[in-house]
Design a protein around this ligand. Sequence first.
Ligand code: GRF
Length: 180
Amino acid sequence: MLKKPVAIFISGFGSNLNVFLERKDLFESLFVVSSNHKAYGLKRAKRYLVPFAVLDPKIDWDQLDERLHQHKIDTLFCAGFMKIIPASFIEKWQGRLFNLHPSLLPKYKGLKAIERAFEAQDDIGVTIHHVSAEVDSGAPVLQKVAVSKENLPGLTLEEVRRQVQSLEHQLVAQWIDLFK
Ligand code: GRF
């Protein structure tokens, strides 16, 4: 049975979007929403012939909601989406709106999460969580350590970033496996 239609929200490179695109045939449909018309992720969507929408700088969330319903989208997955989602929109999608964050939430919410955990020489990891009105604060769905604090000494920030990104792709693939 095909998985329900999912919209992936991006703003940039889209390496996590690519995990969905590579598994496109598992889904009834995919739809990409980008807040940035220059996002490399849009090139990826075009390559896989997946429809996309580029949001205006001032996002019309009601119009977006309408568009998602037109595409019969059932669930939203934020993967590097750099805009704050208003509470009214979150309420409409409660329970069907997920986000990928590069830290072991609830620690290191917000931007530069990897850098801050690295600075603190703390455990570094990835979380996929429900989106709630407070940023990076919804219930976790999947969480895994990429590099434990014991293994940090001797690793550069770049090496840690690469391990985080690789774990993100694994966790997104795991989320897709869980998703009906
Ligand atoms: C990822 O690190 C994700 O956790 C964060 O933004 C980054 C997106 O990377 N929210 P990509 O665009 O999927 O490569």
